[in-house]
Design a protein around this ligand. Structure first.
Ligand code: SIN
Ligand code: CO
Length: 383
């Protein structure tokens, strides 16, 4: 899937994180990548996060998956919508929808939620903390958008859905298959299916909150600080009022805390590792028997391509001599051949190695480790 008409530069300049945009079918040839039945099947599976939202007497009720197969038949004519998270982890054709959006770096991309709705179905007016591209896959949906909300926006009393109390839309569009609505963080939006068989693909993003960063990084730092690393005042002088916490003491305490958190290189390693952890422990690609680097080298020599597990997150951060490769919560220090391999692995989901890298022992060793952890596989059928 690729765009025939979409100006990335002007989108980033004028809309990304700024204001919503309706993009009328920009695809070269839009094909809905998943059948409604396949989505329903996923919602019945253990380990797949899904929700069923049913509208009854103008009230929305939520049921969490996995859903019994018979549930769909019992819904009758009342409007409902099914929402399934991280469908890209299970359906390669859905995962392929991410590629055209990689003008945003991978570490900012989360996963693809897919919804299916009957006429009138939807999740109600709400806002999300993240950017989202809402791709209309099948059928049509009326979207109403705006204004920008925040934590002071009044919400309706609803246990599971954060519904906006007085939603006043500033824009309204009916989306047809292939159309895309971009919604920046915080903008109110409400999509209602106009007709049955309405499928929407939400390309979701991630942006760590400051609270998550401070909490995660400081917890990590605390783990490696020894008990004896504490306040010391060998230069203590008598002070006029023993009840005062003096300015010099506050400076010293503040510096102790800031110094402990300020190691940029260690922060980069921690961030890359934690950001690459997958939200869902699914799609186990681990081989029945561990492979060794000799076997991997032999396959590479025959030109077999490497395939990434779509449920695993790959990213790298450069450092003075080489780079750190992050795969699913693990960090690998790479230099020379392994650094060149890591850059290629992070750039494309499927790759064949040039002979210089295919014949490198450290490359085979790293690939064997990644195969044994289930992050990649070698497509032997092509060898
Ligand atoms: C939907 O697909 O119905 C909801 C997507 C969203 O509003 O984020
Ligand atoms: Co939303």
């Amino acid at each position: 899937m690729h765009f025939a008409t979409f100006d990335v530069e002007s989108f980033l300049r004028d809309h990304w994180q700024k204001r919503p945009l309706l993009i009328r079918n920009p695809w070269a040839d839009w094909v809905n990548p998943l059948e409604p039945d396949e989505l329903a099947g996923l919602a019945c599976e253990e380990g797949v996060e899904s929700r069923l939202v049913v509208r009854k007497d103008d009230r929305l009720t939520v049921e969490n998956g996995p859903l019994p197969e018979a549930r769909f038949g019992a819904l009758g004519s009342t409007p409902w919508t099914l929402l399934v998270q991280a469908v890209d982890h299970h359906a390669p054709d859905v995962a392929a929808l991410i590629a055209p959006f990689r003008f945003v770096p991978d570490w900012r991309i989360d996963d693809i939620m897919v919804s299916y709705a009957t006429d009138g179905g939807g999740v109600g007016p709400h806002y999300d903390q993240y950017d989202v591209f809402l791709i209309q896959g099948l059928g049509t949906r009326r979207w109403r958008v705006g204004p920008k909300c925040d934590s002071t926006t009044p919400l309706l009393p609803h246990e599971e859905l954060r519904l906006i109390a007085d939603f006043d839309a500033t824009g309204e569009w009916v989306l047809e298959p292939g159309d895309i609505l971009y919604v920046p963080p915080g903008y109110a939006h409400d999509g209602v299916a106009t007709g049955d068989d309405c499928m929407t693909y939400s390309i979701g993003f991630r942006a760590p909150s400051r609270a998550e960063l401070v909490e995660g990084w400081s917890e990590h730092c605390v783990d490696i600080l020894p008990e004896e690393d504490r306040y010391a005042d060998p230069d203590l002088m008598p002070q006029a009022n023993p009840g005062e916490i003096g300015a010099a003491a506050v400076d010293r305490l503040h510096a102790m805390m800031i110094d402990a958190l300020s190691d940029r290189a260690a922060f980069a390693r921690w961030f890359g590792t934690s950001n690459s952890r997958s939200k869902y422990p699914d799609a186990d690609w681990r081989p029945d028997l561990p492979v060794d680097e000799g076997a991997v080298g032999a396959l590479l020599a025959r030109g077999a391509p490497i395939v990434r597990n779509p449920a695993c997150r790959f990213a790298f951060i450069r450092q003075a001599d080489g780079l750190m490769l992050f795969v699913d919560g693990a960090c690998f220090d790479c230099t020379g051949d392994t650094a060149r391999l890591a850059e290629r692995l992070c750039a494309t989901a499927t790759l064949a190695l040039p002979p210089a890298l295919a014949g490198s022992a450290p490359v085979s060793a790293l690939l064997a480790a990644l195969i044994n952890s289930g992050a990649i596989a070698i497509d032997e059928a092509v060898a």
